[in-house]
Design a protein around this ligand. Structure first.
Ligand SMILES: N[C@@H](CCC(=O)N[C@@H](CS)C(=O)NCC(=O)O)C(=O)O
Length: 246
């Protein structure tokens, strides 16, 4: 059994989609990052950088031995992970799912997974923050992160014009990591016109059709506030003081 520490955001969706793809049993522990749950000592003991997603695998990473119903029964030790990229690789290797056999194919996945973790996530995140959440408009930041977001869409569009998926011709961890950042609700927040990136549009449609992706992104969807935070959420996230300055 895996405990998933989660909130319905792009980074949270990477882990929920992956757990649905690999078919392991998991239990969801909502961490309401809009209300500050990520700073609780219990959660910080699992995720020291106060970020979701995180998982605790009570069976540990070891391989199942024949005859044992779980790795715990076979002598496994619980293992904790934070950082979505590490979680995706862990679950892929543990289950032998979405993890290619050849070393070069593995590195192809890792290149585009790190591309997401080091570029798409941080830049799109800032783009969304300055366009949708900052307590006051900062034109330089809005332009800088919007331009960088469009540039990264261009990089993906070129790649997806040459290959079916980011890492090559097979669906991979890199697609799972990147898709949630380009979903319609997030794209609207980033003010991206997908018609300008037709190869990304084709790729998004293919991934959106996968049942595991639909189940993963539906998890706690009713509490998702991205792009449309209510007054209570804004107040909790940004603090009453900032609201009063607006
Ligand atoms: N590099 C991290 C980023 C995780 C991240 O930024 N998570 C956000 C939600 S999308 C979060 O937990 N934010 C809480 C906070 O900023 O305090 C990963 O890939 O797991």
């Amino acid at each position: 059994m895996i405990d998933l520490y989660y909130w319905p955001t792009p980074n949270g969706h990477k882990a929920s989609i992956m757990l649905e793809e690999v078919g392991l049993d998991y239990q969801v522990h909502p961490v309401n990052i809009l209300k500050g749950d990520q700073f609780s000592p219990e959660f910080l003991a699992i995720s020291p950088n106060n970020r979701i997603p995180a998982i605790v695998d009570h069976d540990g990473p070891g391989l199942r031995r024949a005859g044992a119903a779980s790795v715990a029964q076979a002598g496994g030790t619980p293992y904790t992970l934070f950082e979505s990229g590490a979680i995706l690789i862990y679950l892929a290797e543990k289950t032998g799912t979405l993890w290619p056999d050849s070393k070069t194919a593995q590195y192809d996945v890792l290149k585009w997974l790190f591309f997401q973790n080091a570029n798409v996530g941080p830049m799109f995140g800032q783009c969304g923050h300055f366009q949708g959440y900052a307590p006051e408009p900062v034109p330089y930041a809005i332009e800088r992160y919007h331009n960088e977001t469009l540039r990264l869409y261009g990089v993906m569009d070129k790649r997806l014009g040459e290959r079916a998926f980011l890492a090559g011709n097979d669906y991979s961890l890199a697609d799972i990591a990147t898709y949630p950042w380009c979903m319609p609700v997030i794209r609207d927040l980033h003010k991206v016109d997908i018609a300008e990136f037709p190869n990304v549009g084709r790729w998004l449609d293919e991934i959106a059709a996968r049942p595991a992706v639909q189940r993963g992104t539906a998890l706690l969807a009713d509490v998702m506030k991205i792009g449309d935070p209510d007054e209570e959420t804004r107040e909790a996230f940004f603090g009453k003081q900032q609201l009063e300055r607006r």
